[in-house]
Design a binder for this molecule. Structure first.
Ligand SMILES: [Zn+2]
Ligand SMILES: [Zn+2]
Length: 132
């Protein structure tokens, strides 16, 4: 079954014809700003499985570094997906509808988390990135 997602105002929606993988949450200062939150919540999609269903013309792209970027709704501001060199790389879990059948497997860069964030007990966390 396809996974679907949409922004806060609902004008932009997408479908993923496949599974999400490598769900993670990054607590670094850059991700806090990019996701306007205590951390990112993000999972990758397999190349070619992602398609926009509606509102693609309302997307705004912010390219951050090394070909990576984020795309968000120009009306409501929801960040919907990450791109790498023009291809959809992954989706923000906050905009996914329902249960995508995946859980966040690791919390990274917890060593630089916000002072006000309290980490839940029992999650798999790394001070920096995960070991290679
Ligand atoms: Zn929107
Ligand atoms: Zn980060």
């Amino acid at each position: 079954m396809a996974i679907s997602g949409e922004c806060f105002c609902g004008k932009i929606s997408y479908r993923v014809n496949g599974k999400l993988h490598d769900a993670r949450s990054c607590h670094c200062s850059r991700c806090r700003k990019a996701f306007s939150s205590q951390a990112s919540a993000y999972a990758e999609v397999a190349l070619g499985t992602f398609e926009w269903v509606a509102g693609e013309d309302l997307l705004t792209t912010y390219e951050s570094h090394d070909g990576f970027g984020l795309q968000f709704c120009s009306l409501c501001g929801s960040t919907l997906c990450g791109i790498y060199k023009g291809d959809i790389h992954g989706v923000t879990l906050g905009c996914v509808n329902g249960d995508p059948g995946i859980e966040i497997a690791r919390h990274i860069f917890v060593g630089s988390k916000a002072a006000w964030e309290v980490m839940p007990e029992g999650v798999i966390e790394f001070e920096q990135g995960p070991p290679e």
